[in-house]
Each structure stands twice: as C-alpha cells, then as structure tokens.
Design a protein around this ligand. Structure first.
Ligand SMILES: [Zn+2]
Length: 241
C-alpha cells in the first residue's frame, strides 16, 4: 500500500531539516517512499504494538548525499516520528576508550562499540546484553594479562569467580554490581529492578578507569624498580629524583 498525498506532506514534519552527513540546515528532498509496512496491532499484555512504518529516502540539497529514515505512523496513518537508519548515527567522541584498555582487550572494545551503537539506534535490549558482554571481555582479559589467571581457568570459571580475583575490594564490588545488572539485561525477570543500563554503563566506566590507572601505576613501578636495581648494582643513574 502506498501513502497518499496528505501523508507524504506529513513526512516533512517528522524528517529533520539537518543533513546527517554535512549538517547543512536546509531542504532534505524526499526522493522515495516505500510501501507501508503493516504492523501487528495486538494491544494485549503479551504483545507489543508494532506500528505501521515506511522507509523514506532523502537527498541533501547541499552535499547531494542520500539518507534514509524509518518513519513510524499512528493508527490514522499520520507520521509520528522518523529514525535515521542510513547513514548509521555517528559514535560520539565521548566514547574514547583509554589506550591502555584498547591494548588490553580488543574483544572489549568491539563489544563496547557494538553495545553503544545499538543503544544509539534505540535497541536498548540488545545494547544491555552488549554491555554485559563487554564487561565479561574486559574482566577476562584483565585477569589473564594482569593477574596471571591461566587461559584454561579464564575459560572455565564463571564471571563471578574471575571478578573475585580483582585485588582491590572496592573495584571488585563495582564489577560485581555491574555483572548483576548485566545479567538482568539478559534475563526475562530483573533481580535488581532499581538499577538499569545507565548504572551498568557508569560502573563499567569506573572499571575502565581502574584498568587504565593500574596500567599506568605498573609502568611507573617498573621505571622506579629498574632504577633502584641499577643503583643497587652500583651503576650510575640520572641525577633527577
Ligand atoms: Zn548534506
């Protein structure tokens, strides 16, 4: 089913005037609209209402680049909101992950970016599971590379036991709390209904900073230890102290 003239005009009300690529504020010309995808309208406890939707292609009059939006319509066929689907929303720079963490765990970086992208697209269930996986990757790599937990143990131990290896009690609690909320994100029933994905992200942030900090401390300790052993062996060391 195609949308009619009135519905087409209505699309302009919900599609943003700002180009998602060049940020030009001006006319985004609608160049194509898909047939209406009918949603399953079952308003019962067991079903979420899927609303009718069209995919709408636009061209920016400034950079001439195409974009696409998923436009959701209410039961009267009126467009109520538009979500950018192409290009995918940019990862914002606040997501910068410290270099020490990047070096420690590629798997964490990938899972964290995926979770963040899913969150930006409004896929909150998937992003919650993604952050849970990111936590597991970071804890596992931290245990193997910094705490000398063997690969075999890291593979076989549950996340809770890996977290138990973290020497700092306060950080251990942060990781424990994160894992509980993370588990809630993967299960039907929530054990900790007072906490949500925002808490999980905040605690994950604390753990990221801890990994960064402890790597820096290790580097500094290595330098100090190196100079002290030189001194002990009677070698000349630079005079700054
Ligand atoms: Zn543009």
């Amino acid at each position: 089913m195609k949308i009619d003239e009135a519905q087409l005009n209505n699309l302009h009300d919900v599609i943003p005037d700002v180009c998602p690529i060049c940020e030009y504020l001006g006319i985004q010309t609608i160049v194509g609209v898909s047939d209406v995808v009918k949603g399953a309208l079952k308003y019962t406890e067991n079903y979420r209402a899927l609303q009718d939707m069209v995919i709408c292609d636009t061209i920016c009059e400034h950079c001439k680049m195409p974009s696409a939006y998923a436009v959701v319509m209410n039961t009267f066929g009126t467009a109520i909101n538009a979500k950018l689907i192409i290009p995918l929303p940019q990862i914002d720079s606040s997501l910068a992950i410290p270099k020490a963490v990047e070096e420690l765990s590629n798997k964490f970086v990938r899972a964290y970016h995926d979770a963040y992208s899913a969150e930006q697209m409004g896929l909150s269930d998937i992003s919650g599971m993604g952050y849970r996986k990111a936590l597991e990757c970071l804890v596992t790599d931290y245990c193997m590379k910094k705490l000398n937990v063997s690969k075999e143990n890291a593979e076989n131990w549950r996340l809770a036991k890996l977290i138990d290896q973290i020497p700092d009690d306060r950080i251990k609690k942060v990781a424990q709390a994160s894992s509980w909320i993370g588990n809630d994100e993967t299960h039907y029933f929530r054990q900790n209904p007072d906490y949500d994905i925002e808490d999980l992200k905040a605690w994950l942030g604390v753990f990221i900073n801890y990994v960064e900090m402890s790597s820096r401390i290790d580097e500094a300790q290595e330098l100090v230890g190196h100079r002290q052993s030189k001194k002990f062996n009677g070698e000349k060391t630079p005079s700054n102290h």
